[in-house]
Design a protein around this ligand. Structure first.
Ligand SMILES: Nc1nc2c(ncn2[C@@H]2O[C@H](COP(=O)(O)OP(=O)(O)OP(=O)(O)O)[C@@H](O)[C@H]2O)c(=O)[nH]1
Ligand SMILES: [Mg+2]
Length: 445
């Protein structure tokens, strides 16, 4: 779909900065250059020039770059203006542009046009949002792989494998013999098995690609006085919560964003769980329960002088805490050594927050959470995973019917799988899905 409307947007974040960037895309870019830019612009050549207002007065000295279609981000004529990063200047430029020739771009509209003009597929468009929104360096590295096409390449491979097999099978349906020879059925079966195993591998990658993209949040939970706020403060590197030897000190849930080796993680310090002494504490405990629900991992803390007891087990069950790490704190009092081990899939740490012993082991595990393997093919989304699983189901059916000689059903199952795989890349997608994908973007991208 070729679009003709010209769009403009400030692409840099709001505020005062060294430079600010405005992007314009569409059919009127040439007219805008003629009217507002002093002098000529050669395609793809950064030119030090000025931008004028409607009355011909210079608004600012700028660097302007003209990208002639189709060699631009959107595939249309584009102009990029780098002015001084002052919102007053940027807004004055935008006021001129959005008069006669352009309108303000919607969120993600530049990237949507890139997709519609076949510059990128839908996986790559989604990767661009992931790069912008990534909260850890592995997520951004992984999203760049998706943008560079590693994930799309795998999906395209599967698509052509299914297409080849469809062609073979549909040909044998069109020219039927009395019975399909076993040797041919076996060949189909082999091909289906190869596709199934490849799809299963991609599904595994997609699951880890989704995990990498998730921002991890930890709720520090436990009985009162076990040292939750002390841990929260130590991780934060400053006093964010009040620490006291009086049980029930923390009432509100206190949220911190902490950057561990380029991995931004959310921590919640919470009110200790027990039978509340009064209404305010009861409110605090309700907040803790809500926080448990919204966090990805609970750091369940106990005082090592008492150990993990029945009341702790009850708290875990009552609050449906199924994903937790156990932090045995105050080992300075029990003379244990700092340690980390994993038992029954639960990570166990012996630490003394007061003496900062063993907390490094906890930090290590936190930073390793979003690590990526060499096999990583990019970030992924639930949308991809759902479609991949649907396609896999059709392949299982195809395999079953191939074994029973039902070749027309095999062909139909493969056709469906083929369409689903194509949908991942953005083929035959509906407007609703596109709106959903691009609404996550910021304006100007
Ligand atoms: N000996 C020792 N004391 C600790 C340690 N960590 C925390 N404490 C002390 O334990 C007491 C309670 O600490 P907090 O961090 O306030 O505990 P909390 O779990 O947040 O308590 P509530 O907010 O009341 O639920 C304070 O006196 C801390 O100094 C530790 O590793 N060793
Ligand atoms: Mg506290």
């Amino acid at each position: 779909m070729k679009t003709t409307e010209t769009i403009a947007a400030i692409s840099t974040a709001y505020g005062n900065a060294a430079i600010g960037v405005i992007r314009i895309s569409g059919n009127h870019v040439q007219s805008i250059i003629t009217k507002y830019i002093v002098g000529n612009l050669l395609p793809r050549l950064a030119t030090n020039t000025s931008i004028k207002d409607n009355g011909g007065k210079v608004i600012d000295s700028v660097i302007a770059i003209f990208y002639e279609n189709p060699k631009s981000y959107t595939g249309e004529d584009m102009l990029e203006i780098q002015s001084h990063g002052n919102p007053v200047i940027l807004n004055s430029i935008m006021e001129c542009l959005c008069g006669e020739y352009a309108r303000l771009a919607n969120p993600g509209e530049f990237t949507e046009r890139a997709f519609l003009n076949n510059k990128i597929d839908l996986i790559q468009a989604e990767a661009i949002i992931d790069i912008i929104n990534s909260t850890n360096s592995n997520a951004s590295k992984s999203a760049i792989k998706s943008l560079q096409g590693r994930f799309s390449e795998k999906i395209n491979n599967i698509k052509s494998m299914i297409l080849d097999l469809r062609a073979t099978i549909e040909a044998s349906i069109n020219f039927p013999e009395d019975e399909v020879p076993d040797i041919q059925l076996n060949k189909h079966k082999q091909s289906i098995n190869v596709i199934i195993s490849e799809l299963e591998n991609i599904i595994k990658s997609a699951v880890s690609g989704i995990a990498i993209n998730c921002k991890t949040s930890f709720a520090i939970v436990g009985k009162p006085n076990v040292g939750k706020s002390s841990l929260s403060n130590l991780l934060l590197g400053e006093q964010g919560s009040i620490v006291s030897s009086r049980p029930g000190t923390t009432r509100d849930t206190i949220r911190h964003e902490i950057n561990f080796k380029k991995n931004i993680v959310t921590f919640y310090d919470t009110a200790g769980l027990r039978s509340p002494a009064n209404k305010i504490e009861s409110e605090g405990i309700n907040l803790t329960k809500k926080t448990i629900l919204k966090s990805s991992i609970v750091l369940y803390m106990v005082d090592d002088t008492c150990g993990f007891d029945k009341a702790d087990a009850q708290i875990i069950t009552d609050n449906d805490i199924d994903n937790y790490w156990l932090i045995n704190n105050k080992i300075d009092k029990t003379n244990k050594k700092p340690s980390f081990c994993e038992q029954n899939n639960i990570k166990n740490f012996n630490v003394s927050v007061l003496e900062n012993l063993g907390v490094d082991l906890l930090i290590n595990e936190i930073t390793n959470l979003n690590s990526i393997s060499d096999e990583n093919i990019g970030t992924a989304r639930q949308r991809h995973l759902d479609l991949l699983k649907k396609a896999l189901d059709h392949l299982y059916m195809a395999k079953k019917y191939n074994d029973n000689q039902g070749l027309d059903i095999v062909a139909e199952e493969l056709r469906r799988a083929h369409h689903i795989i194509d949908e991942i890349l953005g083929g035959q997608v509906n407007k609703e899905l596109l709106d959903k994908v691009f609404s996550d973007f910021c304006i100007g991208k």
